[in-house]
Design a protein around this ligand. Structure first.
Ligand SMILES: NC(=O)c1ccc[n+]([C@@H]2O[C@H](COP(=O)([O-])OP(=O)(O)OC[C@H]3O[C@@H](n4cnc5c(N)ncnc54)[C@H](O)[C@@H]3O)[C@@H](O)[C@H]2O)c1
Length: 494
């Protein structure tokens, strides 16, 4: 049910939204001056927020369900490029009503009664749809990584700032109780100065290596292949590329964009950092030689310089999709007085503070001294280190267990919807935060493909040594290919 304030809100917006959306439909990637619809009015607490999901694949379904676990929100439309998923969405979310479905996301952006969109497409579409949605006056929840390449982040940030709309980037784990507790522990100095962060995320299965099932009816009739390609290089229809897009750098962001991003986002949230200044990665396609052009083993080292918020630390990340050994993943934030180790949704804080006195004996050079020198050593040591400086605090382990019903995903959406209602831009993962977290992973890819260290300015969000066009397998785009085929609309009948 729409309240009268809501109807007025829609009326106020409809003329402008329709104009902006028409422009967008006519020239999807054109350089026309943006016609932004600012956050003119808050949505009253009694109004339902009406949202649409653009990209109803695996995560599109999980996101939609998490969004719907919040009160007073309603799914009203879905865009996707595979007919089967539009059909599935109708039966899954229609609730007896006809759910509006389309292959063309611009039809959704043109509807003035839609307040928010979830952008859950493959990575190469994130920036285009997000910018168009903000221009059309929509609030945007965009999946991680916010953009596919380093040079795309600022345009999204600019569009968000100009629009006045709410935006949330979708690394939902930072809304978990465990990450909130980790932030509290780090900020209150429980582990001292952070010096090293490490995480591994290994797998050994076809699904784990992104070889998701391909529906047997996949064809150019059921899939809008031209629209899928978007600004990626032209390629004949290939169901593997469509349903397993993560395996190709034209559409995805590899293990860095898929997996490193979650940890980096968490670390940025916990430490209040702006990001690393040097990024180097190395890897290999070791096992999944199935036509993919991204590595299945990758390690990365990032240097975070000292700032007012934190000490200098190093972050080391690894993914190995061919780990046939015992997989024993760990994510640890290590400081000079303890560590935080994450496990599932919980964490363990281990406190370990050295005594002031260094001690002597054991495996040490002390026994190599002459007796006279040993005696003199002990005399000096006793004078320098009275007994109270010699005892270490006992190593202490504190387990934090998140509440059983902690639902980070729904909470991440709750934060988005709350800000939408308030007409505020203050989400936990706004696009500035989202891009600062995405940039290091995109730099990882660039480092891998161009075989060089990437120098990054996290404050200005600028790459200091720009991409080399001649680099090995450089993931650069071809601007000339920025076209979108005029795909058929399947509104309400796909
Ligand atoms: N936050 C998380 O934990 C998490 C987990 C998984 C995936 N993701 C992110 O979610 C996004 C989608 O991943 P997925 O696993 O759901 O992929 P998927 O292949 O299962 O689904 C993507 C869907 O997008 C549709 N699509 C492609 N281009 C489109 C366009 N222009 N307009 C409308 N629909 C379009 C496709 O038809 C497909 O159904 C990715 O960016 C991924 O990184 C996030």
């Amino acid at each position: 049910m729409q309240s009268s304030s809501r109807r007025n809100f829609i009326k106020t917006l409809s003329a402008a939204s329709a104009l902006a959306a028409t422009e967008t439909i006519a020239r999807p990637f054109s350089q026309v001056a943006p016609a932004y619809i600012p956050n003119l009015k808050k949505i009253s607490p009694n109004d339902k927020i009406r949202f649409a999901t653009i990209g109803m694949g695996i995560q599109g379904n999980f996101d939609t369900r998490a969004a719907l676990r919040n009160p007073d929100v309603e799914l009203v439309a879905v865009a996707d490029l595979y007919n089967g998923r539009l059909e599935h969405a109708k039966s899954e979310y229609g609730n007896g009503k006809e759910l509006f479905t389309t292959r063309d996301h611009r039809e959704i952006l043109a509807r003035p009664d839609i307040d928010a969109v979830l952008v859950v497409t493959p990575d190469h579409w994130h920036d285009h749809i997000t910018i168009a949605a903000l221009k059309a006056g929509k609030n945007v929840y965009c999946e991680k990584p916010m953009v596919q390449h380093l040079n795309e982040g600022k345009a999204v940030i600019d569009a968000w700032k100009k629009s006045g709309k709410t935006m949330q980037v979708g690394s939902q784990r930072i809304s978990s109780a465990a990450f909130q507790e980790a932030k509290r522990l780090v900020q209150t100095g429980e582990i001292g100065a952070i010096n090293y962060i490490e995480s591994t995320n290994d797998r050994f299965s076809a699904g784990g290596a992104w070889n998701y099932s391909i529906p047997p009816d996949a064809s150019t009739q059921t899939v809008d292949w031209d629209r899928f390609l978007g600004d990626a290089p032209k390629h004949p229809f290939d169901a593997k590329r469509f349903f397993r897009w993560r395996n190709y750098k034209d559409y995805g962001t590899g293990v860095a964009g898929d997996l490193f991003i979650h940890l980096i986002t968490g670390v940025h949230y916990v430490t209040d950092t702006m990001g690393p200044t040097r990024i180097f990665s190395s890897g290999n396609l070791a096992y999944w030689k199935d036509g993919r052009d991204v590595p299945d083993v990758m390690s990365c080292i990032m240097d975070y310089p000292q700032t007012d918020q934190h000490s200098a630390f190093q972050m080391v990340l690894r993914v190995n999709f061919a780990n046939a050994g015992k997989i024993n993943d760990a994510t640890r934030i290590i400081g000079n007085e303890g560590e935080i180790r994450f496990s599932e949704n919980n964490l363990v804080l281990t406190k370990h503070k050295l005594p002031q006195a260094p001690g002597y004996g054991g495996y040490d050079s002390f026994f190599t001294f002459t007796p006279e020198v040993q005696a003199e050593f002990v005399k000096q040591y006793d004078a320098q280190y009275p007994p109270e400086t010699r005892t270490a605090e006992p190593v202490k382990e504190v387990k934090f267990e998140a509440p059983k019903d902690d639902d980070a995903h729904a909470k991440h959406f709750a934060d988005f919807f709350k800000n939408v209602r308030e007409g505020s831009q203050g989400t936990i993962e706004d696009p500035v935060f989202g891009f600062r977290a995405a940039a290091p992973v995109l730099a990882c890819n660039q480092s891998y493909f161009e075989q060089k260290v990437i120098h990054w300015d996290p404050v200005t969000m600028t790459q200091k040594n720009p991409a080399t066009a001649t680099g090995k397998k450089a993931p650069t785009r071809t601007p000339a290919k920025k076209t979108v085929a005029t795909a058929k609309t399947t509104a309400g009948k796909s």
